[in-house]
Design a protein around this ligand. Structure first.
Ligand SMILES: Cc1cc2nc3c(=O)[nH]c(=O)nc-3n(C[C@H](O)[C@H](O)[C@H](O)COP(=O)(O)O)c2cc1C
Length: 373
């Protein structure tokens, strides 16, 4: 049996991924000149480093336009399925996710493209299913968006089409509320005949239900590890009751320096140089009439006003890991202890900051028994 997506299910107690490197700025809304430019060369070097040091995955952001402001965060980005394909060809063990906005991409096209990436990566492709929240991007495609919860219903149907194609031995028709497709056929099957690993990151109850029914990894939010403990246990229990297993991950920005003071100073320097205009635009789109008006937006509001570091370095509200190597290793241990299976991290400048994290934080995680050396 072929080993698919090595180390992502099972493996290290706390798994690590890199999040957002395919976009200029990554997750950081700062005008600082050292911010990530997202070049292809940078992505290639980063993927090879992450692969070499045993990170489990890379997760891109599917983004079609920037957020304006002086830095126009995410205005330059790589389309994620081709990005994943290129990185899979350059690496040997790491899983690289491609992120698909399901309302914008036809499932027959996506299924074929994902299988191609998967074979190039010898079974290391992963799929992130995004149902969409950004009206300006729907407008770019001329696509009228469905109401929030209906988007997830469509997403489930879309994913069923993809799975039918991946499993099809003979041409078959697919008829549903949203699709009427004739004689679907799509050889070859995914690498080893087993479907790629999947993730989704809906924060609303509908979004989480979608994850529980359909995917292997749910990316959730986290205000504090202690507050997350019950929700993670509930997510896993609901999946088990439905006969499935699910891992729970979170995204987190990292500022790690030789001392806690240096790290905090740099984080505040990022806030002082925040691109508030871009962040306001992201916030407007995310919480507007069209976007998520759910618990996730309440969370965003909380961090927007009370924890500026989280907002500025984490796309409006990802968790923040900040401090000395001891601090950051301890903060990661707390997340693991609360039940998170993995953390997808981002840096202001991934390539400049990653070597210090690798050198100082990874050995500490190994000593805590969270990861193999
Ligand atoms: C780790 C992670 C990755 C995500 N990737 C994308 C992405 O690439 N593109 C996008 O438009 N939204 C992305 N999202 C947004 C979610 O898919 C989702 O729309 C958002 O959390 C709102 O949740 P809701 O739809 O349940 O209200 C991501 C969120 C997280 C936490």
């Amino acid at each position: 049996m072929v080993e698919r997506n090595p180390g992502l299910l099972g493996g290290n107690k706390l798994k690590l991924g890199l999040f957002g490197a395919n976009c200029s700025g990554g997750l950081a809304f700062t005008k600082l000149p050292e911010r990530w430019n997202g070049s292809w060369e940078g992505n290639e070097r980063l993927a090879m480093l992450a692969d070499q040091v045993g990170f489990e995955c890379m997760v891109p952001i599917a983004r079609w336009s920037g957020f304006g402001g002086a830095s126009n965060v995410n205005s330059k980005s790589w389309e994620t399925l081709t990005w994943a394909t290129g990185l899979l060809a350059k690496t040997s063990r790491i899983t690289v996710f491609g992120t698909v906005h399901v309302p914008m991409v036809h499932p027959v096209f996506a299924a074929k493209q994902m299988v191609t990436a998967d074979h190039i990566g010898h079974g290391r492709f992963g799929l992130n299913i995004v149902c969409g929240w950004n009206k300006s991007e729907f407008d770019m495609f001329g696509v009228e968006a469905l109401a929030h919860d209906l988007r997830y219903k469509y997403g489930e149907d879309w994913f069923n089409v993809v799975k039918s194609l991946w499993a099809a031995k003979e041409p078959q028709d697919y008829t549903s509320e949203f699709f009427d497709l004739k004689k679907l056929t799509g050889e070859p099957a995914p690498y080893g005949g087993v479907a790629p690993i999947t993730m989704s990151a809906g924060a609303s109850e509908t979004g989480r239900d979608f994850a529980i029914r359909n995917v292997d990894l749910h990316f959730d939010y986290c205000r504090t590890p202690e507050e997350s403990r019950g929700r993670i246990a509930e997510t896993k229990a609901l999946a088990q009751a439905a006969g499935r297993n699910i891992n729970v991950w979170i995204p987190a920005s990292v500022v790690c320096r030789g001392t806690r003071e240096l790290a905090q100073q740099y984080a505040m320097h990022c806030v002082e140089n925040a691109d508030w205009e871009a962040l306001d635009e992201q916030y407007r789109l995310y919480t507007g009439a069209f976007g998520s008006k759910t618990r996730s937006s309440a969370e965003t509001e909380y961090v927007r006003h009370q924890q500026q570091v989280r907002a500025v370095l984490g796309y409006g509200g990802s968790y923040s890991l900040c401090g000395s190597p001891d601090d950051v290793a301890e903060q990661l241990a707390q997340l693991s202890n609360a039940g998170f299976d993995g953390v997808a991290i981002s840096f202001v400048n991934y390539l400049e900051e990653m070597p210090f994290f690798v050198q100082e934080v990874l050995p500490r995680l190994a000593r805590k028994g969270l990861r193999a050396q």
